[in-house]
Design a protein around this ligand. Structure first.
Ligand SMILES: Nc1ncnc2c1ncn2[C@@H]1O[C@H](COP(=O)(O)OP(=O)(O)O)[C@@H](O)[C@H]1O
Ligand SMILES: [Mg+2]
Length: 426
């Protein structure tokens, strides 16, 4: 990584030293906090200008021909033949004649190959509503912060988009870490009414979700960004409940579902990054969900807090069910995150979870890797950073684990669509 963190920290320290001497007199709590907020916001802005390209400039790396062939499900030589015959998008030629494909190229090739082989094989894994393949709405949840929700959701959304599915990623966390990974700085890039809250709010300022959705630099992957305004839903819902306005169909738990239904035709999968709390947002997301992934870091405190989470969730969902909400999941799975297989206690807890929940724990854990956390420092995912930034062993080990996790979830989605084998539709 090229980031010089030492410089940035030194800058910030210098800035703090100056501010601290200016602010020697005792401050009222609100002013003190406001002053720090301004300080931090200014520093973050300066850091961002130095480190991160604005969202609109964030671009996805190109893929080598062997990576592209693997993603499409054909041989590298077949891709070369197409390129020599001048069919489909022409790859850029890099050093030593290496052919490089963008994700747009790869998706164009999927379309082309599907047209050419209409009778034999479908290279586009899109769902077929005619065959009852319903929109998959996958909520990633747990009220423990740091359990890997955002990392899981973002990498899953990107994996599914690379597989050729049409994906909508929804950031339901007011802290908006997923939006940040997609290049948005919530308090700067979003002006108001730009999050899912805009589509589920109770007043006349409600907007169509279609108008809130943004494209990302991943072809086929759209985003509903998050920011602090999402928190409004937690404040307005109790008021509306107390006033008992509107018909039962207008209850809080139907709102996320209704908003997502309005764009269902454009997507195969929606993945939702839930906030680390069990509020109305999370409940409404769980009611919309067709499947759930609970992330769990295998440490005793996390497992104890997860047990609380499960009790509370089931209590609250039963209230929703009694009020007429429908709750049917295609699957519910636990994903072990930030796993260190050589750490004895972690391995024991992972074993304990498997003994309790059996197949409901995904076979593959997501291993802890500096490749994931370092990529995170520059607001990138493992799919963006490229192998050359790390030692090969580090990168490959992380990618292998990630591919296994995402592959398992993708297979569950396909089986929810009653497909046999990966992407098989024909
Ligand atoms: N597999 C992993 N290896 C290393 N670091 C990870 C891994 N998964 C998550 N992290 C780091 O742990 C922190 C918390 O993860 P995050 O996904 O933001 O959790 P949550 O959304 O549940 O709060 C982040 O800094 C992230 O970069
Ligand atoms: Mg998060």
């Amino acid at each position: 990584m090229t980031t010089n963190w030492a410089d940035i920290v030194a800058d910030a320290q210098q800035h703090m030293a100056v501010t601290n001497t200016v602010n020697e007199a005792p401050l009222a709590a609100d002013r003190a906090i406001a002053a720090d907020a301004e300080l931090l916001s200014a520093q973050l802005q300066a850091m961002r200008e130095r480190l991160f390209a604005p969202a609109s400039n964030k671009v996805l790396r190109k893929f080598s021909s062997s990576e592209a062939a693997k993603l499409i499900g054909v041989s590298d030589s077949y891709l070369r033949q197409l390129s020599i015959a001048g069919e489909g998008p022409q790859p850029e030629t890099g050093t030593a004649g290496r052919r490089l494909y963008t994700l747009e190229d790869i998706n164009a090739l999927r379309h082309l190959l599907t047209e050419q082989n209409a009778k034999n094989r479908n290279y586009l894994p899109w769902r077929d509503a005619q065959r009852g393949e319903h929109l998959q709405i996958l909520a990633v949840t747990n009220f423990k912060g740091g359990s890997g929700k955002t990392t899981t959701t973002t990498h899953l959304a990107q994996h599914l988009a690379l597989s050729g599915l049409r994906v909508l990623a929804v950031d339901l966390d007011p802290q908006a870490s997923m939006s940040a990974l997609f290049g948005y700085q919530p308090e700067l890039d979003l002006t108001g009414n730009d999050t899912l809250y805009g589509a589920i709010r109770y007043d006349e300022a409600q907007r169509r979700l279609r108008d809130i959705i943004r494209k990302t630099y991943f072809d086929g992957l759209d985003l509903v960004p998050g920011n602090l305004e999402l928190q409004e839903f937690e404040h307005t819902t109790p008021r509306v409940l107390a006033e008992r306005r509107g018909p039962a169909t207008d209850m809080f738990f139907t709102r996320v579902q209704a908003a997502l239904q309005s764009v269902a035709d454009d997507y195969d999968v929606v993945v939702i990054d839930c906030p680390p709390q069990l509020g109305f947002l999370t409940l409404s997301a769980l009611c919309a969900a067709t499947s759930v992934i609970v992330t769990v870091h295998p440490q005793m405190l996390d497992v104890a807090s997860m047990s609380q989470f499960l009790f509370m969730t089931s209590d609250l969902l039963s209230v929703v069910r009694e009020a007429g909400g429908t709750l049917n999941f295609d699957f519910l799975r636990y994903l072990i995150t930030r796993y260190e297989p050589n750490d004895g206690p972690q391995a024991q807890i992972a074993g304990f979870l498997r003994a309790q929940f059996g197949d409901r724990v995904l076979t593959a854990p997501m291993v802890k890797s500096t490749a994931v956390s370092d990529a995170g420092l520059t607001k990138q995912t493992l799919y963006e950073v490229g192998r050359e930034n790390f030692s090969r062993v580090t990168y490959d080990r992380a990618m292998e684990s990630l591919t296994a996790v995402n592959g398992e979830i993708e297979a569950l989605i396909h089986s929810a669509w009653n497909r046999t084998g990966k992407g098989a539709k024909v």
